[in-house]
Design a protein around this ligand. Structure first.
Ligand SMILES: [Zn+2]
Ligand SMILES: [Zn+2]
Ligand SMILES: [Zn+2]
Length: 254
């Protein structure tokens, strides 16, 4: 299984428009972060988790020609606003794109992309095939997907486990039974917004506490704000086997 970080930034990305802070002015490619998303590839599947406003650019950069589905963590703008661009895959693959989302997220998609579900189908609009996500394992082709329930302040969101890999973002609370689903991982990807506390995201310290509890082989932090600091400086401060993810990073996971 190959994991590709398509984006590792928080909702505004890094650099932030009009921000003059040193991180936003950094010339290091590792300080440039598109909106958070990952791609999971197996021999037979190519899946993406979330499709934010940078989805088009991410698909072009990684030359993605075939998508087997998009898993949605939740309905915030930075996770769904790229969905209109599935049109290209509809055209090439001659079929609707499979989108996996829980009920509340589907309601939001039907509202935001109301033209997709309108009675009159304007020619060329995106075609979505919505699948209901619940907090139980399911299969996409030959890949088992285990949803992980987390909380983003009060909003329930889903992370996903695929074998020895799990991707959990936009949470600041995981209950015990969900934490237990994260044991025995080779790779855990977890959100860490910045060093200061935040109402709806783990900060660095809180993310490190979860990592220390579940003890993955390696952990990668994502959904990073410009307020986290320079990639290279923050990386130096992290415990062994914990890394800041960066855009374009690829990992092989069994
Ligand atoms: Zn987000
Ligand atoms: Zn900034
Ligand atoms: Zn969010």
């Amino acid at each position: 299984m190959k994991l590709t970080f398509l984006g590792t930034g928080t909702s505004q990305g890094v650099p932030v428009v009009a921000c003059q802070c040193p991180v936003c002015l950094s010339e290091s490619p590792k300080d440039k972060r598109l909106r958070a998303s990952v791609m999971i590839e197996t021999e037979s599947l190519c899946l993406v988790v979330d499709a934010g406003p940078d989805f088009r650019q991410q698909m072009l950069m990684h030359k993605v020609r075939h998508l087997n589905g998009i898993l949605l963590t939740h309905e915030h703008t930075d996770h769904i606003f790229g969905l209109d661009d599935i049109r290209a895959f509809n055209w090439v693959q001659k079929q609707p794109t499979d989108i996996y989302a829980e009920e509340r997220v589907q309601v939001a998609i039907r509202r935001v992309f109301d033209y997709v579900f309108a009675h009159y189908q304007y020619p060329g609009i995106p075609q979505m095939h919505l699948h209901l996500l619940e907090n139980k394992s399911f299969m996409i082709g030959d890949l088992e997907v285990q949803p992980i329930r987390g909380f983003h302040y009060k909003l329930p969101v889903f992370g996903f486990r695929f074998g020895k890999l799990a991707y959990v973002t936009d949470v600041n609370r995981l209950d015990h039974e969900e934490i237990d689903k994260l044991r025995g991982l080779d790779v855990l990807v977890l959100n860490a917004l910045r060093k200061d506390e935040h109402i709806s995201h783990y900060n660095l310290q809180q993310a490190l506490e979860v990592i220390a509890e579940v003890k993955p082989g390696k952990a990668y932090l994502t959904h990073l704000s410009h307020q986290m600091g320079f990639h290279n400086e923050v990386q130096e401060e992290l415990p062994e086997n914990v890394y800041l993810a960066y855009d374009g990073l690829q990992l092989m996971v069994d």
